[in-house]
Design a protein around this ligand. Sequence first.
Ligand code: ATP
Length: 233
Amino acid sequence: MLNVKDLRAGYGQVEALRSVDMEVKKGEIVCLIGNNGAGKTTTLMSISGIVKQRSGTILFNGENIIGLPPHKIVAKGISQVPEGRRIFPTLTVEENLRTGAFLKPKLPKEKYEAVYDLFPRLKERRRQLGGSMSGGEQQMLAIGRAIINDPLLLMLDEPSLGLAPQIIDSIFDAIVTLRNGGLTVLLIEQNANLALEISDRAYVMELGRVALSGHSQELTNNNSIQEIYLGRK
Ligand code: ATP
């Protein structure tokens, strides 16, 4: 579904991505792990067209999407849940969800219902302002907003950040439910244990490159991964 080859991107003098190669197959959950500053967020931002790619190819269902503006990339079926949720605090839950389908003039009721089935808590709070929701509820809202337009690929940047373990479990359960329903997922996750537990395959990034990749199960058993990222010896 997604095929990234020799992707380079950066900010002014900063070369954040030096040559990234990765792929996500239909129906997979793939995760990106790596230390702070390794280039994980920049990889997602380049795929969604928010950060300008300097070179390389990004094939999405066989079509090169390099250079397309972000709204065209959304229209192709790639949705992103940004780090820090970035919901609209002065809009209600329902209005926030509506912004996720800005490409469609009218949004059928069933689309909201599908989000509410996944996160019943959002239904109870649908008239509440986004800014008054808890961190976990805002994360649910950010995911709801990203899926309301029926994407093919959902990209999430650190959805567990700052959340209590119980809430993290329900967010990750929802991600698995979405995948079981046919969605393909690319996930950045600081918590490598958690990431490897729910994903099929993983890429470990270091200094703007993929340092290691493989099936999540294999990486969980890899000694150097255990020492560096899983805190075990
Ligand atoms: P983190 O987990 O800390 O978010 P990351 O792996 O997602 O790390 P990126 O955020 O992609 O890494 O950062 C990659 C490199 O690009 C880092 O050296 C970072 O300092 C730099 N960088 C990121 N955003 C900007 C920016 N807006 N301007 C300049 N440099 C940036």
